[in-house]
Structure formats: C-alpha cells, structure tokens
Design a protein around this ligand. Structure first.
Ligand code: DAH
Length: 347
C-alpha cells in the first residue's frame, strides 16, 4: 500500500469515527461505536495499524506519525462524546475551582436531647411491657382535674397556676374564665390526663406510659420552665400492690440512671392516688424529687366506670427533664430550650 493510500485511509477513518461518536445518542450506541473503531481485536484502527507493515521503509516514520495523531484524535473524540452523554460539558466550569481542596461539610441536624430521652425511656418501659399512649395538650378541666379527683377548690386549679385558654371558649374575650368553669380549656398541667383517656377507652389489664409536654406558669430558673415533659405510667389489673409500683420504678431508675443510683420513696399526697409517694434520686449528695406515684384512688376508678372493688392499679408521673439532666450532668433546664447550638450539639 502506498503512503498516500495509507494516509487517506486514516483520514477517512478519523472522520467516520468522529461522526459515529457524536451521533451516538446513548451509552449503548457509543459503546457499539467504540468497539467498531477502537476495539482491541477487530477495531478498524487496529486493522489499519496492521497495514503499517506493508508501507515502504522510507515512508514509515511519516505513516507512523500520522497513525498516532489519528489514534489520539479518535480517542479524544470518544472521550468527548462520553462526557457529553454524562452531561459533563465542563466548558463553562469555573477555572478557579480546585476540586482537590477539602469541601465544606454540610451540617446535619440531629435529635434534640429531650426527644432522645423520650425514646430511651420508651425503650426501657417497653421492655417491662408498657405500651405508649397519647393524649392532647389542650385539655378540658374534666380530664385535667375532675376525673382525677381534684376538687373545685383545690389550689392546683387556680387560674394563676394554669394556662387557661380563655379565647378557646369565648372569642369575644368578654367573659373571664374561672377555675371552676367546666367548659374552659387549658394547656394540660400534667400527663395524668392520659390515664383517664386510656381507662375511658379500654378495659383492664392496662399497662401504658405516656410521654409529652405539660405547661405551668412558672418563672424560668435553673430547675423550672413553663413547659416541660412528663412520663406518665399506668398499670391496672387485679391484685396490684405497692410492691409492684416500687419494683417498676426501681428497675426503671437502675436502667436509665445506672445500677449505682440511689432512689427513695417518701410518703406524700396526690388526689388521684392513695397511698401516694414522691420519688427522689440522690445527685451529688442532694435528694432531688423526680416524680410522684401511688395506688390509684377508688374515686378515679369510679370516674372512668371501673369497679374499685375488682380492679387495682398504680400510676406514676416522672419529670423527663430532671432524668435527662441527671444522666447527662446538665445543671440548668433552660439550656435545653435556649436553642443554643453550642449546647445542643453535644448530644
Ligand atoms: N401528676 C403529678 C404531677 O404533675 C405527678 C403524679 C403523681 C402522677 C402521682 C401520677 C401519680 O400518676 O400517681 O405533679
């Protein structure tokens, strides 16, 4: 074969390959074209390369140089087509962009410590057979007080100690709402309301917890906040005793606060339990109350239509923030709700 023939074969091959690559409309077509022109065994470039042997010795350097030029032109035509198919036309790329520099890490949010605590408490109580129940945060006085045996003149019902929603009852705002007004709604002051809802809806045996927000108009300080969380527990069955209650709370405390935690039960009073106790844990040498508990008062059973002669049960209400604070060594409840990321990021 003459040099001229060889060179024109190469030119022809280059333009055939380039047009085949640019017209390939998808990856499969491009691959087919690649095999046709650049295939290691039967590719057309390979065929022409073999013809180099038949070229006059004097013409070989020129033929070889052209072959190399065509080869790289075809290769880059292939790569260009590949990039276009991948949408990778980088002709408009920022020339100052340096892909080797470390990137800016996207900052991921994470779960609030109180939500994490709620999940942890749910998991511990779940292992003792307690299922999760929920109730509304806007409540009526019947669920928040009356059914819980809290009489009308009880200080817990004082408008100054509760967030009554005057506007919910009377949008005109004319009538003032008194504590005894059964129609007026309020932000629940305790999760004990959920006990009533669960007992009204079902029959014993009952074994539930309810975790959620409660509201009281307290001035915020290191240990008080107008909104906080409680974990309510309720177990109703036959022959339930105070020993069952103490065992559940002790097992719970050991699981959440550690085997070495010291807790104590103090006699106390709640309208909805009889007898009643308050539960404290020891923290840095100081006893801190973290909840109330007791055996369900017969009046509460009567309010939900249970026969107090047949069923018995216990209930407890624990302060979620207090538990979380002791476990994590948090000394100011306001830190939990400040929204300060330097604090929240630690959890
Ligand atoms: N509801 C009470 C409170 O908010 C706590 C409490 C005490 C809940 C005794 C109970 C209980 O279920 O049995 O202070």
């Amino acid at each position: 074969m003459s040099l001229d023939q060889f060179l024109s074969r190469l030119d022809q091959l280059q333009s055939d390959a380039e047009s085949a690559f640019t017209s390939a409309s998808d990856a499969a077509a491009l691959e087919e074209a690649r095999v046709t022109f650049l295939g290691a065994k039967k590719g057309q470039l390979k065929d022409i390369q073999k013809m180099l042997g038949g070229i006059e010795k004097a013409d070989k350097p020129a033929a070889g140089a052209k072959l190399n030029a065509v080869k790289s032109a075809i290769n880059s035509a292939f790569e260009g087509a590949q990039q276009n198919l991948a949408g990778g036309d980088d002709s408009g790329a920022d020339p100052t962009f340096d892909p080797t520099l470390p990137g800016t890490r996207p900052s991921l949010g994470h779960i609030h410590p109180i939500t994490q605590t709620n999940s942890h408490l749910t998991e511990i109580m779940g292992r003792m057979g307690f299922e999760v129940a929920e109730g509304p945060e806007v409540e009526d006085p019947w669920h928040n007080f009356v059914a819980l045996n809290i009489p009308e003149d009880h200080p817990a019902r004082d408008p100054l100690d509760n967030f009554y929603l005057a506007t919910a009852k009377d949008p005109s705002g004319k009538s003032s709402v008194s504590a005894g007004d059964e129609g007026s709604q309020l932000l629940r002051s305790q999760t004990s309301t959920v006990q009533i809802r669960v007992m009204k809806e079902g029959q014993p045996p009952i074994r539930i917890i309810s975790l959620g927000r409660v509201y009281r108009p307290d001035a915020p300080d290191a240990t008080h906040f107008p909104m906080f969380h409680q974990m309510e527990g309720l177990l109703v069955d036959t022959n339930v005793t105070m020993a069952n209650l103490k065992t559940v709370l002790r097992v719970f405390a050991n699981n959440y606060l550690g085997e070495d935690v010291e807790i104590r039960f103090r006699p106390s009073f709640f309208p909805f339990t009889e007898p009643s106790v308050e539960v404290d844990f020891l923290w840095n040498g100081t006893w801190i109350e973290f909840g109330g508990a007791g055996m369900i008062d017969p009046n509460v059973f009567a309010a939900v239509g249970y026969d107090p002669e047949k069923v018995s049960g216990f209930a407890f209400g624990l302060g979620v923030e207090r538990l979380c604070m002791r476990r994590h060594g948090i000394t100011d409840i306001r830190d939990l709700y400040s929204g300060d990321l330097r604090f929240l990021k630690q959890f």
